[in-house]
Each structure stands twice: as C-alpha cells, then as structure tokens.
Design a binder for this molecule. Structure first.
Ligand SMILES: [Zn+2]
Length: 434
C-alpha cells in the first residue's frame, strides 16, 4: 500500500502536545494471576496434530504448562472452551494498520497525519478482535506506527503486538514517492525517499533512530501508485545491498516490496528476509528464494477488494488496470512458489482492504494449493520465525505469551472458520469471549 501523502502548499509547522490519548485506558484490568483454559480440541500448529480435552495453564502473560490431565490449582480462573477448537493467536506479516483506503483524492489532499493518527487505534482493536495478536506493519507515514506500537505496549490502546517499519524506503519517482502531481505541489510529510548508497544508509539510520523494528525496501514499482510499470526494479543491486547491510548493522531485518522478477532477484541476492507480493516471480527467483530461505509474503486476497471497490473510491484507472494485470498472475505464481517449497508467511496488506478482515486470505491460500494446516502455519509458526519471535509467539507452548484464539468448528477442515474467531486472548488478557 502506498503511504498516505500529506499536502502542505505552505510550509506547515506543527507543534503540539499529545494529551489524553485514550478514554479506553485501563479498560482491561490487569491480567489475573492464574488462568486455565479447557480446550475441547487444541491444534499443535507445529505438526498439524490435535489434542482433545487439553488444558492450558497461564500465569500473568505467559503459558506455563500445556497438556491433558493437568490439575488446575485452587484459585485459578477457568475459561471453558471445551466446545471449541483452540489455536495460537494469528500473525499478519504485512499490514498497514495505521490507515485504511478511503477516497483517493480526499486521502491525499484533505487528510493530515493527525486525522490518520486519531483513527489508528480503531484499526488496531479490530485487528486484535479478529484473532490477529501480532502484526508486522510494513509502512506508515509520520512514525504513527511507532506511536501506536508504544501505546499498545504500554496498555493505553488495545491492539496486537506490533513490529513496525516506519517509512518505506524507495527511489525518487518510485512506488514510495508521491507521483502523478504537478512539480509545484509540495508534500510536507516525511518522505522515505533515498537515491544512492549514502542517502540510503542515512535513511535507514534515521528510521532506526525514531523507532523502526524492521526496514521496508521498495525494490520494484507497485500497483497503488501512478508510475507506469508495475514490475520494473527501482533500485540497483548496490542500493539494495546497502539497505540490507545497513539494516543488519543495526540488528534489523528487511522486508522487500517486489512485484517484478528482476527486482525480486536483486532483493533476494541482497539478503532480504522476505519478498512482499512476489507477483511476477520467475523460476530462477523461486530457486533463489528456496536456496536462501527467503520468505514469500503474498497478499493474494486483496485483489478481489481492489477490483470491486477502488473505482468507487476514485482511484485513477491506471492503478486499477495495473491490479488487473498482476492479480491473477500473483495467485498462479504463489501456487508455483508454494509447490516448489518456498517458505511462506501470512501477510495480507490489510489497510488496502478493511482491517479486521485479515483472515479472508486463508481461503484463497487453500484455493491456490495449500493445505489448511500449511496456511495456518504460515500465520503462526512461520510468521513468528520471520519476525524473529519464535521464542514468544506462534505456538501454544510453555514460556510463550498466552496469545490464544478459539473457533467453533474445525479450521483444519474448513479454514474459513478463522473468519469467525469467537475468543481472543493476548498476553493472558481476554479481548473477546464467546
Ligand atoms: Zn503493503
């Protein structure tokens, strides 16, 4: 998704104090000391096996024990999910949680970063209530993602655990830039634009300085912007190498937005952790990703939404035409990459379509070749691995955060059950009950 650009025809300098962030503060009381969950069926996402009548013991925000026949200590709060299927909280590795597509020109010309910032917590809550207890947010304007992550971590705002990328890093005139307007219209927002190795290294440092957990590289052209092509590379090999090397120096991984075959290969050779979209990947790219262990994060649901809704939202025909060109190819190429054994992590581009619909992509992944268990693994164990968080999320196991969801039916048979999550716990606190 393209960041929301902010117009300032005159130089606007905003200096304000953020007061009284949320009336929801402290709405959820602090977690009870001990909780036990009775799980009718527990899915072990590591191997797709199930355990009947399991008990999960939780202390504070962590799971302490999982198994059958465990005794529940006196004074423990018991959550009865004995009629449900229980699995780890889901993870979306490609969100833009701070904003959501509205009218194209209104978003660009009538909204300021403050409009975006005040609404962001609404999307965070919707995402969590849909069962997504962690997200990797890959691009937001004005460091709003950093503020949101911090507000969630401090308990001021309700939302998923977040890793944030801050500004996407792209070339002048590329997908991260604001294109299609007169050169005399100046946009006053922070721009994630850098050309050449030195500027790139400086921009990575700037983002890390202000709170980036990972770096988002725009390796090729994109769909939701007005450059001509969708697949052309937008950085040289040297420039992409600089992004990854500089990020690594600061201990950060890189997610690369890449649709075109050549840009995908450059990004993989540079050593990115994941290819986002991957729409026009070729056989060489697939082999390279497999060889390097690069994750593919393919947002194969949102094409339906863009085709159905974006004309009404006033998006230029040029953009919708680009989506028509790549949507189908992306799904076919996802299937080829999955068959070849490329590592997959779940990522949807939520924000392009409404937040809270994150689970709609599972059905598409199954339609395009995955077993339900592999689709669920993409959104749990594999996603946790991509985030570098395997020690804390993605499985229901002792020592991990008590991030737990439940559904009525069996998602291993009907993966659309995940669109109807009945119970959500994050860090031992219940946010949704049956
Ligand atoms: Zn995106």
């Amino acid at each position: 998704m393209k960041r929301i650009a902010v117009l300032s025809l005159v130089l606007v300098s905003l200096s304000f104090t953020f007061v009284a962030v949320s009336a929801r503060h402290q709405e959820k009381s602090s977690p009870p000391r001990q909780v036990a969950i009775r799980a009718g069926t527990l899915i072990d996402v590591r191997d797709g096996t199930t355990i009947s009548n399991a008990i999960i013991l939780i202390q504070g925000d962590q799971i302490t024990q999982v198994g059958t026949g465990l005794s529940i200590p006196k004074g423990t709060d018991v959550v009865d999910l004995s009629g449900s299927t229980v699995l780890p909280g889901l993870i979306d590795c490609h969100t833009h949680i701070t904003s959501q597509s509205g009218n194209y020109y209104e978003d660009i010309f009538r909204k300021s970063p403050i409009d975006v910032a005040v609404a962001a917590h609404v999307y965070a809550r919707r995402t969590l209530e849909a069962g997504f207890t962690s997200v990797r947010d890959v691009g937001a304007g004005e460091f709003i993602d950093v503020a949101l992550r911090n507000a969630i971590n401090s308990g001021t705002v309700v939302g998923p655990r977040m890793q944030v990328a801050t500004l996407t890093i792209g070339a002048t005139g590329g997908h991260a830039d604001t294109t299609g307007f007169s050169p005399y219209i100046k946009f006053g927002s922070f721009a994630g634009i850098a050309d050449g190795v030195d500027e790139i290294r400086k921009l990575v440092r700037f983002e890390v300085k202000y709170g980036a957990d990972l770096i988002k590289l725009i390796a090729t052209a994109g769909v939701l912007s007005e450059e001509e092509s969708v697949g052309a590379p937008q950085f040289s090999q040297d420039e992409m190498n600089a992004v990854v090397q500089e990020a690594a120096m600061w201990g950060k991984r890189v997610a690369a937005h890449a649709h075109g075959a050549e840009g995908i290969k450059r990004a993989v050779r540079a050593g990115v952790a994941s290819i986002e979209h991957g729409s026009l990947i070729d056989d060489e790219g697939i082999a390279l990703m497999k060889d390097r262990g690069t994750y593919l994060v393919a947002d194969i649901y949102n094409d339906d939404y863009i085709i159905a809704e974006f004309s009404r939202l006033g998006y230029p025909d040029k953009i919708i035409e680009k989506e028509r060109k790549v949507g189908r190819a992306q799904r076919e190429n996802f299937q080829r990459a999955a068959r070849a054994g490329v590592k997959l992590a779940y990522g949807t581009d939520a924000g392009v379509y409404p937040h809270g619909w994150n689970a709609k992509q599972f059905a598409h992944m199954v339609r395009w070749g995955l077993t339900p268990v592999r689709a669920i693994q993409a959104a749990t164990v594999s996603a946790a691995d991509l985030l570098g968080w395997s020690d804390r999320v993605g499985v229901i196991a002792a020592g991990h955060y008590a991030d737990i969801i439940a559904v009525s039916g069996d998602p291993l048979k009907d993966v659309t059950e995940l669109e109807r999550v009945k119970f959500v716990m994050k860090g031992g606190v219940v946010y949704r009950r049956p």
